[in-house]
Design a protein around this ligand. Structure first.
Ligand code: SAM
Ligand code: SF4
Ligand code: SF4
Length: 372
Protein backbone atom coordinates (compact mmCIF):
# COMPACT_ATOMS: atom_id res chain seq x y z
CA UNK A 1 0.00 0.00 0.00
CA UNK A 2 1.32 3.47 -0.79
CA UNK A 3 1.80 6.21 1.76
CA UNK A 4 -0.87 8.89 1.90
CA UNK A 5 -0.21 11.83 4.20
CA UNK A 6 -3.70 12.61 5.33
CA UNK A 7 -4.27 16.00 6.93
CA UNK A 8 -0.57 16.93 6.87
CA UNK A 9 -1.22 20.61 6.26
CA UNK A 10 -3.73 20.62 9.09
CA UNK A 11 -1.06 19.13 11.30
CA UNK A 12 1.49 21.81 10.42
CA UNK A 13 -1.12 24.49 11.10
CA UNK A 14 -2.09 22.91 14.37
CA UNK A 15 1.50 22.89 15.64
CA UNK A 16 1.10 26.59 16.34
CA UNK A 17 -1.33 25.53 19.09
CA UNK A 18 1.37 23.40 20.70
CA UNK A 19 4.64 25.24 19.90
CA UNK A 20 6.53 23.52 22.72
CA UNK A 21 6.26 20.16 20.96
CA UNK A 22 6.71 21.34 17.38
CA UNK A 23 10.41 20.47 16.87
CA UNK A 24 10.21 17.22 18.73
CA UNK A 25 7.08 16.39 16.80
CA UNK A 26 8.56 16.99 13.36
CA UNK A 27 11.73 14.98 13.96
CA UNK A 28 9.78 12.11 15.46
CA UNK A 29 7.40 12.25 12.53
CA UNK A 30 10.24 11.84 10.05
CA UNK A 31 11.54 8.75 11.83
CA UNK A 32 8.06 7.25 12.08
CA UNK A 33 7.57 7.72 8.36
CA UNK A 34 10.86 5.98 7.72
CA UNK A 35 9.77 3.04 9.85
CA UNK A 36 6.26 2.62 8.55
CA UNK A 37 6.41 3.94 5.03
CA UNK A 38 6.14 0.48 3.52
CA UNK A 39 2.63 -0.43 4.54
CA UNK A 40 1.04 2.09 6.89
CA UNK A 41 -1.30 4.84 5.79
CA UNK A 42 -1.16 7.34 8.63
CA UNK A 43 -4.29 9.12 9.49
CA UNK A 44 -4.32 12.31 11.49
CA UNK A 45 -7.02 14.26 13.21
CA UNK A 46 -7.86 17.94 12.83
CA UNK A 47 -5.06 18.84 15.28
CA UNK A 48 -2.44 16.65 13.60
CA UNK A 49 -2.60 13.87 16.18
CA UNK A 50 -1.94 10.41 14.88
CA UNK A 51 -3.89 7.29 15.72
CA UNK A 52 -1.79 4.86 17.70
CA UNK A 53 -3.60 3.37 20.73
CA UNK A 54 -6.81 1.40 20.51
CA UNK A 55 -8.68 0.53 23.70
CA UNK A 56 -11.21 -2.21 23.24
CA UNK A 57 -14.05 -2.70 25.71
CA UNK A 58 -15.09 -6.35 25.61
CA UNK A 59 -17.99 -5.99 28.05
CA UNK A 60 -19.89 -3.23 29.86
CA UNK A 61 -20.43 -5.51 32.87
CA UNK A 62 -18.34 -5.59 36.01
CA UNK A 63 -18.14 -7.58 39.23
CA UNK A 64 -17.19 -4.39 41.16
CA UNK A 65 -19.20 -1.26 41.83
CA UNK A 66 -16.45 1.31 42.42
CA UNK A 67 -18.21 4.56 43.35
CA UNK A 68 -16.08 6.61 40.96
CA UNK A 69 -17.12 4.47 38.00
CA UNK A 70 -20.26 2.35 38.56
CA UNK A 71 -21.98 3.53 41.76
CA UNK A 72 -24.45 0.89 42.96
CA UNK A 73 -27.42 3.32 42.97
CA UNK A 74 -27.05 3.77 39.19
CA UNK A 75 -25.74 0.31 38.30
CA UNK A 76 -28.06 -1.83 40.46
CA UNK A 77 -30.14 -4.87 39.54
CA UNK A 78 -32.41 -2.73 37.33
CA UNK A 79 -29.59 -1.48 35.14
CA UNK A 80 -29.85 -2.60 31.50
CA UNK A 81 -26.50 -3.91 30.37
CA UNK A 82 -25.92 -4.65 26.70
CA UNK A 83 -27.63 -7.83 25.55
CA UNK A 84 -25.27 -10.51 24.30
CA UNK A 85 -26.23 -10.14 20.63
CA UNK A 86 -25.22 -6.49 20.69
CA UNK A 87 -21.65 -7.27 21.72
CA UNK A 88 -19.09 -7.47 18.96
CA UNK A 89 -18.01 -11.05 18.38
CA UNK A 90 -14.29 -11.82 18.59
CA UNK A 91 -14.20 -12.12 14.79
CA UNK A 92 -15.77 -8.66 14.46
CA UNK A 93 -13.24 -7.18 16.90
CA UNK A 94 -10.38 -8.81 14.99
CA UNK A 95 -11.69 -7.40 11.75
CA UNK A 96 -11.84 -3.85 13.11
CA UNK A 97 -8.33 -4.21 14.52
CA UNK A 98 -7.03 -5.31 11.11
CA UNK A 99 -8.69 -2.24 9.60
CA UNK A 100 -7.20 0.08 12.26
CA UNK A 101 -3.59 -1.14 12.04
CA UNK A 102 -2.81 0.31 8.59
CA UNK A 103 -4.11 3.67 9.83
CA UNK A 104 -1.44 3.73 12.56
CA UNK A 105 -2.64 1.60 15.48
CA UNK A 106 0.17 -0.41 17.05
CA UNK A 107 -0.96 -0.65 20.69
CA UNK A 108 -4.06 -2.41 21.95
CA UNK A 109 -5.51 -2.52 25.43
CA UNK A 110 -8.40 -4.80 26.36
CA UNK A 111 -10.66 -3.28 28.96
CA UNK A 112 -14.29 -2.85 29.99
CA UNK A 113 -16.20 -3.10 32.33
CA UNK A 114 -14.22 -5.99 33.69
CA UNK A 115 -12.61 -7.71 30.68
CA UNK A 116 -12.12 -11.03 32.46
CA UNK A 117 -15.91 -11.40 32.69
CA UNK A 118 -15.99 -11.91 28.91
CA UNK A 119 -16.00 -15.65 28.36
CA UNK A 120 -13.08 -16.99 26.32
CA UNK A 121 -11.07 -13.76 26.50
CA UNK A 122 -7.90 -15.81 26.03
CA UNK A 123 -9.16 -16.77 22.57
CA UNK A 124 -9.50 -13.11 21.63
CA UNK A 125 -5.99 -12.45 22.94
CA UNK A 126 -4.64 -15.30 20.81
CA UNK A 127 -6.43 -13.91 17.73
CA UNK A 128 -5.14 -10.36 18.26
CA UNK A 129 -1.61 -11.56 19.02
CA UNK A 130 -1.35 -12.77 15.42
CA UNK A 131 -2.03 -9.34 13.91
CA UNK A 132 1.09 -7.98 12.25
CA UNK A 133 1.83 -4.41 13.34
CA UNK A 134 0.56 -4.80 16.91
CA UNK A 135 3.60 -4.32 19.12
CA UNK A 136 1.84 -4.14 22.46
CA UNK A 137 -1.22 -6.11 23.58
CA UNK A 138 -2.18 -5.14 27.13
CA UNK A 139 -5.19 -5.53 29.43
CA UNK A 140 -6.57 -3.47 32.33
CA UNK A 141 -8.36 -5.48 35.01
CA UNK A 142 -9.53 -5.20 38.59
CA UNK A 143 -7.54 -8.38 39.17
CA UNK A 144 -10.11 -10.48 41.04
CA UNK A 145 -10.25 -13.17 38.34
CA UNK A 146 -6.65 -12.84 37.25
CA UNK A 147 -5.27 -15.74 39.26
CA UNK A 148 -7.50 -18.13 37.23
CA UNK A 149 -6.63 -16.64 33.85
CA UNK A 150 -3.01 -15.48 34.08
CA UNK A 151 -1.40 -18.60 32.67
CA UNK A 152 -3.79 -18.87 29.70
CA UNK A 153 -3.49 -15.15 28.95
CA UNK A 154 0.31 -15.33 28.98
CA UNK A 155 0.27 -18.38 26.72
CA UNK A 156 -2.18 -16.68 24.36
CA UNK A 157 0.27 -13.82 23.82
CA UNK A 158 -0.82 -11.00 26.15
CA UNK A 159 2.13 -8.57 26.49
CA UNK A 160 1.36 -7.21 29.95
CA UNK A 161 -1.34 -6.40 32.44
CA UNK A 162 -2.38 -3.31 34.38
CA UNK A 163 -4.16 -4.05 37.64
CA UNK A 164 -6.30 -1.41 39.34
CA UNK A 165 -5.61 -1.32 43.07
CA UNK A 166 -6.78 1.73 45.01
CA UNK A 167 -6.07 0.51 48.55
CA UNK A 168 -4.14 -2.17 50.39
CA UNK A 169 -6.12 -1.73 53.58
CA UNK A 170 -8.64 -4.63 53.43
CA UNK A 171 -11.63 -2.70 54.85
CA UNK A 172 -11.06 0.32 52.67
CA UNK A 173 -10.53 -1.84 49.59
CA UNK A 174 -13.78 -3.73 50.26
CA UNK A 175 -15.66 -0.45 50.74
CA UNK A 176 -14.22 1.18 47.62
CA UNK A 177 -15.10 -1.68 45.29
CA UNK A 178 -18.72 -1.54 46.45
CA UNK A 179 -19.18 -5.32 46.66
CA UNK A 180 -16.92 -6.24 49.58
CA UNK A 181 -14.33 -7.98 47.37
CA UNK A 182 -11.17 -8.97 49.18
CA UNK A 183 -7.85 -7.35 48.41
CA UNK A 184 -6.10 -10.74 48.84
CA UNK A 185 -7.72 -11.97 45.63
CA UNK A 186 -6.25 -9.08 43.68
CA UNK A 187 -2.84 -9.61 45.25
CA UNK A 188 -3.07 -13.30 44.31
CA UNK A 189 -3.92 -12.26 40.75
CA UNK A 190 -0.88 -9.98 40.59
CA UNK A 191 1.31 -12.75 41.93
CA UNK A 192 -0.06 -15.24 39.37
CA UNK A 193 0.55 -12.80 36.50
CA UNK A 194 4.17 -12.37 37.59
CA UNK A 195 4.60 -16.12 38.01
CA UNK A 196 3.54 -16.66 34.39
CA UNK A 197 5.83 -13.91 33.10
CA UNK A 198 3.32 -11.12 32.53
CA UNK A 199 4.77 -7.70 33.40
CA UNK A 200 2.42 -5.95 35.84
CA UNK A 201 1.69 -2.26 36.47
CA UNK A 202 -0.66 -0.90 39.11
CA UNK A 203 -3.16 1.95 38.67
CA UNK A 204 -4.51 3.67 41.77
CA UNK A 205 -7.22 6.33 41.58
CA UNK A 206 -6.83 8.70 44.52
CA UNK A 207 -9.88 10.56 45.84
CA UNK A 208 -9.92 13.31 48.45
CA UNK A 209 -11.30 12.07 51.75
CA UNK A 210 -11.43 8.46 50.52
CA UNK A 211 -8.01 6.88 50.02
CA UNK A 212 -5.33 9.56 50.41
CA UNK A 213 -4.14 7.48 53.35
CA UNK A 214 -3.13 4.77 50.83
CA UNK A 215 -0.72 6.90 48.79
CA UNK A 216 2.36 6.03 50.86
CA UNK A 217 1.49 2.40 51.72
CA UNK A 218 0.97 1.71 48.01
CA UNK A 219 4.35 3.26 47.19
CA UNK A 220 6.17 1.22 49.86
CA UNK A 221 4.41 -1.94 48.65
CA UNK A 222 5.31 -1.18 45.00
CA UNK A 223 8.98 -0.70 45.92
CA UNK A 224 9.07 -3.84 47.98
CA UNK A 225 7.45 -5.87 45.19
CA UNK A 226 9.28 -4.11 42.34
CA UNK A 227 6.05 -3.19 40.54
CA UNK A 228 5.48 0.09 38.67
CA UNK A 229 2.68 2.14 40.21
CA UNK A 230 0.73 5.04 38.74
CA UNK A 231 -1.49 7.38 40.70
CA UNK A 232 -4.47 8.62 38.70
CA UNK A 233 -6.34 11.83 39.38
CA UNK A 234 -10.03 11.24 39.91
CA UNK A 235 -11.81 12.21 36.66
CA UNK A 236 -15.28 13.45 35.74
CA UNK A 237 -16.03 10.50 33.47
CA UNK A 238 -19.66 9.66 32.71
CA UNK A 239 -22.66 11.16 34.47
CA UNK A 240 -22.99 8.86 37.48
CA UNK A 241 -20.18 9.47 39.93
CA UNK A 242 -21.09 12.93 41.25
CA UNK A 243 -17.57 14.23 40.52
CA UNK A 244 -16.52 17.60 41.87
CA UNK A 245 -13.15 19.33 41.71
CA UNK A 246 -12.79 19.22 45.50
CA UNK A 247 -12.70 15.39 45.31
CA UNK A 248 -9.57 15.49 43.16
CA UNK A 249 -6.18 15.09 44.82
CA UNK A 250 -3.86 16.95 42.42
CA UNK A 251 -0.83 15.02 41.22
CA UNK A 252 1.44 17.79 42.57
CA UNK A 253 0.15 17.09 46.07
CA UNK A 254 0.77 13.35 45.67
CA UNK A 255 4.29 14.08 44.46
CA UNK A 256 4.93 16.34 47.45
CA UNK A 257 3.94 13.57 49.80
CA UNK A 258 6.10 11.00 47.99
CA UNK A 259 9.11 13.29 47.96
CA UNK A 260 9.08 13.46 51.73
CA UNK A 261 9.77 9.70 51.82
CA UNK A 262 11.63 8.92 48.61
CA UNK A 263 14.58 10.41 46.74
CA UNK A 264 12.71 10.73 43.44
CA UNK A 265 14.32 11.39 40.08
CA UNK A 266 12.17 12.27 37.06
CA UNK A 267 12.30 10.22 33.89
CA UNK A 268 11.63 11.75 30.48
CA UNK A 269 8.72 10.39 28.41
CA UNK A 270 9.56 7.12 26.67
CA UNK A 271 7.43 8.07 23.66
CA UNK A 272 5.25 10.92 22.47
CA UNK A 273 1.81 10.53 23.98
CA UNK A 274 2.91 8.71 27.13
CA UNK A 275 0.30 9.85 29.61
CA UNK A 276 2.10 9.31 32.91
CA UNK A 277 4.95 11.40 34.25
CA UNK A 278 7.38 9.06 36.00
CA UNK A 279 9.77 9.17 38.92
CA UNK A 280 11.98 6.52 40.38
CA UNK A 281 13.40 6.25 43.89
CA UNK A 282 17.17 6.89 43.59
CA UNK A 283 16.76 6.46 39.84
CA UNK A 284 16.06 2.74 40.21
CA UNK A 285 13.10 0.53 39.32
CA UNK A 286 10.20 0.44 39.96
CA UNK A 287 8.67 3.69 38.76
CA UNK A 288 6.08 5.82 40.44
CA UNK A 289 3.95 7.65 37.89
CA UNK A 290 1.32 10.35 37.94
CA UNK A 291 -1.55 10.57 35.48
CA UNK A 292 -2.73 14.15 35.94
CA UNK A 293 -5.58 14.17 33.48
CA UNK A 294 -7.40 16.91 35.42
CA UNK A 295 -4.62 19.28 36.53
CA UNK A 296 -2.17 18.68 33.64
CA UNK A 297 -4.26 17.63 30.64
CA UNK A 298 -2.44 15.91 27.80
CA UNK A 299 -4.96 16.25 24.95
CA UNK A 300 -2.27 17.73 22.67
CA UNK A 301 -0.62 14.30 22.52
CA UNK A 302 -3.70 12.09 22.71
CA UNK A 303 -3.57 9.34 20.09
CA UNK A 304 -6.25 7.11 21.64
CA UNK A 305 -9.32 5.65 20.11
CA UNK A 306 -11.85 3.60 22.04
CA UNK A 307 -14.07 0.83 20.77
CA UNK A 308 -17.14 0.12 22.90
CA UNK A 309 -18.34 -3.43 23.47
CA UNK A 310 -21.18 -2.85 20.97
CA UNK A 311 -18.92 -1.62 18.19
CA UNK A 312 -18.98 2.17 18.52
CA UNK A 313 -15.75 4.13 18.11
CA UNK A 314 -15.25 6.95 20.63
CA UNK A 315 -12.58 9.53 19.86
CA UNK A 316 -12.50 10.83 23.46
CA UNK A 317 -13.03 9.37 26.92
CA UNK A 318 -15.46 12.20 27.58
CA UNK A 319 -17.45 11.99 24.34
CA UNK A 320 -21.22 11.83 24.43
CA UNK A 321 -21.60 9.43 21.54
CA UNK A 322 -19.62 7.01 19.42
CA UNK A 323 -19.58 6.12 15.74
CA UNK A 324 -21.33 2.86 14.92
CA UNK A 325 -19.16 0.49 12.89
CA UNK A 326 -20.99 -2.64 13.99
CA UNK A 327 -23.88 -1.52 11.79
CA UNK A 328 -21.52 -1.30 8.81
CA UNK A 329 -20.02 -4.72 9.53
CA UNK A 330 -23.38 -6.40 9.97
CA UNK A 331 -24.79 -4.86 6.83
CA UNK A 332 -22.04 -6.56 4.84
CA UNK A 333 -19.62 -3.67 4.20
CA UNK A 334 -16.17 -4.68 2.97
CA UNK A 335 -12.87 -3.69 4.59
CA UNK A 336 -12.34 -0.70 2.29
CA UNK A 337 -15.62 0.81 3.46
CA UNK A 338 -14.69 0.17 7.10
CA UNK A 339 -11.26 1.73 6.60
CA UNK A 340 -12.70 4.82 4.93
CA UNK A 341 -15.26 5.18 7.71
CA UNK A 342 -12.63 4.89 10.42
CA UNK A 343 -10.16 7.27 8.80
CA UNK A 344 -13.00 9.77 8.25
CA UNK A 345 -13.95 9.55 11.93
CA UNK A 346 -10.36 10.17 13.00
CA UNK A 347 -9.75 13.01 10.53
CA UNK A 348 -12.81 14.86 11.83
CA UNK A 349 -11.67 14.51 15.44
CA UNK A 350 -11.36 17.76 17.41
CA UNK A 351 -11.63 16.42 20.96
CA UNK A 352 -9.68 18.12 23.73
CA UNK A 353 -12.13 17.77 26.59
CA UNK A 354 -9.63 17.90 29.45
CA UNK A 355 -8.17 21.15 28.15
CA UNK A 356 -11.66 22.64 27.97
CA UNK A 357 -13.06 21.15 31.18
CA UNK A 358 -16.12 23.01 32.40
CA UNK A 359 -17.05 24.36 28.95
CA UNK A 360 -19.12 21.36 27.82
CA UNK A 361 -22.75 20.69 28.61
CA UNK A 362 -23.34 17.46 26.62
CA UNK A 363 -23.98 14.27 28.56
CA UNK A 364 -20.95 11.96 28.62
CA UNK A 365 -21.04 8.23 27.99
CA UNK A 366 -20.14 5.99 30.94
CA UNK A 367 -16.57 4.73 31.19
CA UNK A 368 -17.65 1.15 31.96
CA UNK A 369 -19.40 1.14 28.58
CA UNK A 370 -16.94 2.88 26.30
CA UNK A 371 -13.85 1.37 27.90
CA UNK A 372 -11.49 2.80 30.53
N1 SAM B 1 -12.50 -2.99 35.35
C1 SAM B 1 -11.16 -2.79 34.94
C2 SAM B 1 -10.36 -2.08 36.01
O1 SAM B 1 -10.96 -1.47 36.90
O2 SAM B 1 -9.15 -2.13 35.92
C3 SAM B 1 -11.02 -2.07 33.62
C4 SAM B 1 -11.96 -0.96 33.32
S1 SAM B 1 -11.80 0.46 34.38
C5 SAM B 1 -13.05 1.53 33.74
C6 SAM B 1 -10.28 1.14 33.76
C7 SAM B 1 -9.57 2.11 34.68
O3 SAM B 1 -10.34 3.28 34.80
C8 SAM B 1 -9.31 1.61 36.09
O4 SAM B 1 -7.93 1.72 36.39
C9 SAM B 1 -10.12 2.55 36.93
O5 SAM B 1 -9.55 2.77 38.19
C10 SAM B 1 -10.15 3.80 36.09
N2 SAM B 1 -11.25 4.69 36.40
C11 SAM B 1 -12.57 4.41 36.45
N3 SAM B 1 -13.29 5.49 36.79
C12 SAM B 1 -12.39 6.50 36.98
C13 SAM B 1 -12.51 7.87 37.35
N4 SAM B 1 -13.69 8.43 37.59
N5 SAM B 1 -11.38 8.61 37.42
C14 SAM B 1 -10.18 8.05 37.16
N6 SAM B 1 -10.00 6.77 36.80
C15 SAM B 1 -11.10 5.99 36.73
FE1 SF4 C 1 -15.52 -2.10 37.44
FE2 SF4 C 1 -13.18 -1.14 36.72
FE3 SF4 C 1 -15.29 0.47 36.89
FE4 SF4 C 1 -14.28 -0.50 39.12
S1 SF4 C 1 -13.24 0.86 37.68
S2 SF4 C 1 -16.44 -0.47 38.59
S3 SF4 C 1 -13.57 -2.49 38.49
S4 SF4 C 1 -15.04 -1.17 35.46
FE1 SF4 D 1 -7.71 12.38 24.83
FE2 SF4 D 1 -10.17 13.27 25.30
FE3 SF4 D 1 -8.58 12.59 27.35
FE4 SF4 D 1 -8.08 14.82 25.91
S1 SF4 D 1 -9.84 14.45 27.17
S2 SF4 D 1 -6.58 13.27 26.57
S3 SF4 D 1 -8.72 14.14 23.85
S4 SF4 D 1 -9.37 11.20 25.77
Amino acid sequence: MSVVIIGYQQKINSLSSYPEIADDFLSLEISIFALHSQNVMFVEDAYGRGLRDLRISVTDRCNFRCRYCMPIEKFGSEYQFLPREELLSFEEILRLVRVAVPLGVSKIRLTGGEPLLRRGLEDLVAMLATVEGITDLAMTTNGTLLAHHAEALALAGLSRVTVSLDALNPELFARMNGVGAKVERVLAGIHAAQTFGLPVKINAVIQRGVNESEILPLAFWALENQIDLRYIEYMDVGESNGWAMQHVVPGAEILDLLEREFALKPRTAAYRGEVAVHWAHKGKKPELGLIQAVTQPFCGDCQRLRLSADGHFFTCLFASHGHDLRGLIRSGSDDDVLEKALSGIWQARRDRYSEERGKHSQKKAEMSYLGG
